[in-house]
Design a protein around this ligand. Structure first.
Ligand code: SAM
Length: 228
């Protein structure tokens, strides 16, 4: 399958069954046990990033690009804390949901600014570029290209998360929980941390902070790198 096919499948998934599933997981309504575990794991990843950024005590001075923002789980709290957030996602449905949630939390505001856009067509320049739990949808070569592109948009810092290859077996066993039913056609790709670090370094970035979130059904390696 080529990368264009991957992208079309991912877009269609997150505008249909994937949207319904992830909107629930990234919400606070009733979900099944597996979904609850994934919700809690994902929230830990979001909280770790928020913790790092808040500890620096300069959020109101930062412009942040949240690439593949989903329903705004990170963008909205960042905007609440004063950062200027530009948030994009390939899925119209996810962006629509993110706008609704931002309106509920922040009222009518232009921050975050949400747009339907895929990672590759993002342009501009931001202090920090963040991309959480998106690379799982792309194979290594495509992920490398995406990371390089995101680096080119980041003035100072990039924060990425991905499902690490070391947990491959456990994840493969659970893969049905990520993409259940007919939408199993949407593959989950795992990435080696060394590959991620190498591509960040080749784009002139050095690793700063890192974290791992691991619950029963959710695995996410988080890397922060800053421009040399
Ligand atoms: N980053 C969000 C978070 O952590 O809450 C959402 C994570 S969700 C698992 C993956 C998101 O990536 C989906 O909303 C999907 O539509 C989006 N996505 C997948 N491929 C993308 C691409 N090429 N460009 C932009 N967004 C993409």
């Amino acid at each position: 399958m080529n990368a264009a096919d991957d992208k079309t499948i991912v877009r269609e998934y997150f505008n249909s069954t994937g949207f319904d599933r992830w909107k629930r997981i990234y919400g606070d309504g009733e979900v099944n046990k597996v979904q609850l575990d994934i919700r809690n794991g994902h929230q830990q990843t979001v909280d770790t990033v928020l913790g790092w950024l808040k500890a620096d005590n300069n959020l109101p001075e930062l412009s942040i690009c949240d690439a593949g923002c989903g329903v705004g789980s990170l963008s909205i709290p960042l905007a609440v804390d004063g950062a200027k957030v530009y948030a994009t996602d390939i899925s119209e449905k996810m962006v629509e949901e993110a706008r609704d949630r931002a309106k509920q939390t922040l009222g009518n505001t232009e921050n975050p600014t949400f747009a339907v856009q895929d990672l590759e067509s993002l342009s501009g320049s931001y202090h920090t570029v963040i991309c959480l739990d998106v690379l799982i949808h792309y194979p290594q070569e495509k992920a490398d290209e995406m990371i390089s592109h995101l680096c080119s948009l980041a003035q100072s810092r990039i924060i990425l998360s991905f499902a690490p290859k070391t947990c491959a077996l456990s994840i493969l066993k659970k893969i049905g929980s990520f993409f259940p039913g007919p939408s199993k056609a949407t593959r989950a790709y795992l990435h080696r941390e060394t590959d991620g670090v190498k591509i960040l370094e080749s784009n002139g970035f050095s690793l700063q902070r890192q974290a791992m979130t691991k619950t029963r059904f959710y695995f996410s390696r988080l890397l922060e790198a800053t421009r040399n």
